[in-house]
Design a protein around this ligand. Structure first.
Ligand SMILES: NC(=O)c1ccc[n+]([C@@H]2O[C@H](COP(=O)([O-])OP(=O)(O)OC[C@H]3O[C@@H](n4cnc5c(N)ncnc54)[C@H](O)[C@@H]3O)[C@@H](O)[C@H]2O)c1
Length: 255
């Protein structure tokens, strides 16, 4: 088991990718604090985890509110006494957007959800990780944070915030490296979560075909394929990897 005796926090753990990461961490022996704003989604995760629920702590909380971030970190420290892994997975596009008119009503909320919350969470776990001289931070960005979306979806705030996550990853990796803390990012393409499926279903059939044609692997990602990368980055297998971004988009950026 790659994560035995480790304790991790996974944000947005009730949703598609976060849920798959929380489950994979538990399977690899970690104890996981699963945070989500949606309590029902956490309760269903708890049911799925079943016999291993002693390895799970659910936290119905807002990953963008400084006070609840600090409360979550305090709760995990008081229950398990350590925080080894943080997965900043919460994110998504909010509001209406258009790249031709530069209207983006959801700018502040999108940046808060995808970028500011990510920074605040790293700040909150930095002290316990520094004391341990060990930590693994995994930030979930997006291929849209590096390349223009291949589906034509043009959420400027989302793309800018996810690009910010990539630069945050590099700079924080530099700041925390001497403390034994690695900081890396995963940049997925379209992943078949509920949110990803909805985006896919909104595409015109011709566009769906083009996107698939331009994806060398010829299919869209499953959440478990992102979770396995998170396990790698959180484990000692990735001990010399920091400041890196792993693109997981079936190769479409090479088309
Ligand atoms: N699905 C994709 O195609 C795709 C592609 C690239 C990147 N991503 C990124 O992966 C991450 C996860 O995406 P997903 O598709 O699993 O999303 P999702 O919508 O399935 O899950 C997101 C979860 O976050 C929770 N959440 C939302 N706001 C929150 C808040 N303020 N505090 C705490 N929890 C909150 C939601 O309740 C939900 O359970 C996001 O950062 C997303 O931007 C997704």
């Amino acid at each position: 088991m790659k994560l035995k005796n480790r304790v991790g926090i996974v944000t947005g753990a009730g949703g598609g990718i976060g849920r798959a990461i929380a489950q994979a961490f538990i399977e690899e022996g970690a104890r996981v604090a699963a945070l989500d704003i949606n309590l029902d989604s956490l309760l269903s995760l708890e049911q799925e985890v079943g016999a291993r629920s002693s390895q799970l702590m659910i936290c119905a909380s807002d990953a963008t509110a400084l006070e609840s971030i600090r409360d979550t970190v305090d709760l995990v420290m008081s229950k398990w006494g350590q925080i080894d892994i943080l997965v900043n997975n919460v994110g998504g596009g909010i509001g209406t957007h258009s790249d031709s008119t530069l209207v983006d009503e959801g700018w502040d909320a999108t940046v808060a959800l995808n970028l500011t919350g990510c920074f605040c969470f790293i700040q909150a776990v930095a002290d316990p990780m520094r004391r341990q001289k060990y930590g693994r931070v995994v930030n979930i960005s997006s291929s849209g944070g590096r390349y223009r979306s291949n589906t034509g979806a043009a959420n400027i705030a989302y793309a800018a915030a996810k690009g910010g996550v990539l630069q945050l990853t590099r700079t924080v990796a530099h700041a925390l490296g001497r403390d034994g803390i690695t900081v890396n990012a995963i940049a997925p393409g379209l992943v078949m979560t509920q949110a990803g499926r909805k985006e896919y279903e909104m595409l015109a059939p011709a566009l769906r075909e083009r996107v698939l044609r331009e994806t060398p692997l010829g299919y869209f990602c499953e959440p478990s394929e992102i979770a396995s990368i998170a396990v790698f980055l959180a484990s000692s297998d990735a001990s010399y990897v920091t400041g890196a971004t792993i693109l997981a988009n079936g190769g479409w950026c090479t088309s």
